[in-house]
Design a protein around this ligand. Structure first.
Ligand SMILES: *[C@@H]1O[C@H](CO)[C@@H](O)[C@H](O)[C@H]1NC(C)=O
Ligand SMILES: *[C@@H]1O[C@H](CO)[C@@H](O)[C@H](O)[C@H]1NC(C)=O
Ligand SMILES: *[C@@H]1O[C@H](CO)[C@@H](O)[C@H](O)[C@H]1NC(C)=O
Ligand SMILES: *[C@@H]1O[C@H](CO)[C@@H](O)[C@H](O)[C@H]1NC(C)=O
Length: 496
């Protein structure tokens, strides 16, 4: 069996290195270690994933058998800037769980990584010493455990974008798949673009044939013997939480109310919180009292809200032949896309709670206007028990709509090729279901599992994929439709 084609379990990242514009991703050869632990340190929280896959070649499939995960209590590690050792301490509960979940004799052979994303990139911008202290504290804690610690570091936006793309396409078996004939082959069905909306940054990544006018956004990848040229860009401060902070700061600056919040909603905001982020620097008054609280009410004004959101994007100058926004090079969006994280939550809210269709850009815009036009009482009546971020869905929907249409340049046709899915993070590459569905479970209706014709027969992988991404049924149908729509060339069995 040849080296690159013998992997069915999710590719395990052994390491990465960015040199120039080449990103080298190492994937484990077969046979692989049996367990791995990844800590995905996001801006608002950290999750731990333990994955496991059989090392035996017996069945030649290498399906991930089971996993566990753990949510670290409290905020993201970047929230411990004033108390770095607290960041390390916060991980202890999950690491203790890892000691129990991984058999003792496997501890020493189990790789352990921590990858931090945009929350730590921001902290490194404002207070590099604090970000170093946090990473040092976290490293100190992680090395207290018997696992094979491979490092704790801040991922670049480019890495985050590319890992998300690799993950999504791996899970969709766009790189390799296991055919009915019992052999690996390269499906050659093309890849899907990936769009991720996190708390502090947003990434867009897709394969392109357009010339790279800005080498910083071009990544060459070699995966399973194939060459891929990928465009990627990460917009720091364009994650959902930071966007909301920036809109709040703009509302304070230009209005005495918040046009994106519902009428009847009002709250007190601490100025220190609004202006402490480097993302709100542009709106920061020259002097302000950081311990003062300001009261702000919503006005349910879709048009003013749209204007406020528009202010996040600048189209005034572009040093390249074409740009997305803020002078950032971007070739035309090409092919189909998967949009996940907060993209999914936003669109899912519009569909599920508001009952609004979002199949076209025009519908998405109308849905955003509709949400923004609701009073607080109307919203609460519609969405009982969802109060936490309810007032922010208008701004979130307006932002997603403008980012996709004006920002990235999706037109109706391109938008038709975007599917919204729950979760594909770079670290979530390892986010496998709790237990491998048995054949009966998988076949039983109502368990969320069904075979997807055309995606292949790599044993249980397609079923796991559907569960992993927790697709509602219509999403799975559109996924199926999508996989059928993709250009397909006759697949060639690989040399084994
Ligand atoms: C491999 O195949 C054997 C016999 O068909 C089966 O009992 C076993 O559960 C399989 N292992 C995996 C990991 O699927
Ligand atoms: C912080 O940013 C600087 C400049 O980009 C970089 O050299 C450094 O490695 C970063 N620190 C960490 C801990 O990643
Ligand atoms: C800042 O605000 C706090 C809380 O309202 C107040 O106690 C304090 O006097 C203010 N400081 C200044 C310099 O205005
Ligand atoms: C907002 O809602 C009111 C009724 O509640 C309706 O008359 C108005 O046309 C709506 N405006 C928009 C822009 O949808």
């Amino acid at each position: 069996c040849s080296y690159q084609l013998c992997i069915c379990a999710p590719p395990i990242l052994l390491g990465w290195q960015t040199g120039g514009t080449q990103l080298h991703v190492w994937l484990t050869p077969f046979p692989s270690p049996q367990y791995g632990i990844v800590l995905d340190a996001g801006s608002s929280h950290t999750s731990m994933f333990i994955y496991k896959w059989p090392a035996d070649k017996e069945n030649d499939t290498g399906i991930v058998g089971q996993h566990s995960s753990c949510d670290v209590p409290g905020g993201g590690i970047s929230s411990y800037a004033d108390n770095p050792s607290g960041a390390g301490q916060s991980l202890v509960g999950c690491l203790e769980q890892a000691l129990r979940d991984v058999p003792k004799e496997r501890h020493a052979g189990t790789p352990l990584y921590l990858g931090a994303t945009a929350g730590m990139r921001l902290l490194n911008l404002t207070n590099p010493e604090a970000s170093t202290s946090v990473l040092t504290a976290v490293t100190h804690t992680l090395t207290q455990y018997p696992f094979d610690f491979r490092g704790a570091r801040i991922l670049s936006g480019q890495e985050e974008g590319v890992f998300g793309w690799v993950t999504a396409n791996y899970l969709l078996e766009n790189f390799i798949k296991y055919g009915w004939v019992g052999r690996w082959f390269r499906p050659r069905k093309g890849t899907l673009g990936a769009m991720d909306l996190g708390g502090a940054s947003t990434q867009i990544t897709f394969e392109t044939t357009s010339p790279a006018e800005d080498r910083a956004s071009e990544v060459q990848l070699r995966l399973y013997g194939q060459h891929y040229r990928v465009y990627t860009h990460s917009f720091l401060c364009y994650g959902r939480d930071q966007v909301l902070q920036r809109l709040l700061a703009s509302a304070l600056q230009t209005h005495s109310f918040h046009p994106c919040w519902p009428r009847g909603f009002s709250t007190h905001v601490l100025l220190g919180d609004v202006y402490q982020s480097p993302c709100t620097v542009a709106q920061r008054p020259q002097t302000f009292n950081s311990s003062a609280w300001v009261s702000l009410s919503g006005s349910s004004d879709p048009h003013l809200c749209r204007d406020l959101v528009s202010g996040l994007f600048s189209f005034s100058s572009c040093p390249f032949s074409r740009c997305s926004f803020n002078g950032v090079f971007q070739p035309p969006v090409a092919g189909n896309f998967i949009a996940f994280s907060a993209f999914f939550y936003t669109v899912d809210f519009l569909r599920t709670f508001m009952g609004l269709p979002v199949a076209t850009l025009q519908q998405l815009e109308a849905a955003a206007v509709n949400v923004c036009n609701q009073t607080w009482a109307q919203l609460q009546a519609r969405v009982p028990g969802q109060q936490a971020h309810l007032a922010d869905y208008c701004a979130g929907a307006m932002f997603v709509q403008q980012l996709l249409s004006r920002g990235y340049g999706f037109d109706e046709r391109a938008f038709g090729g975007v599917i919204f899915q729950k979760k594909v993070g770079w670290g979530l590459m390892f986010n496998m279901p709790k237990s491998r569905p048995t054949d009966t479970e998988a076949a039983a209706p109502g368990h969320g599992g069904w075979a997807v014709p055309g995606i292949g027969s790599c044993a249980h992988l397609p079923l796991q994929l559907l569960r992993l991404l927790e697709l509602p049924r219509r999403e799975a149908d559109s996924l199926r439709a999508l996989s059928v729509r993709l250009p397909r060339k006759p697949s060639q069995p690989a040399k084994v």
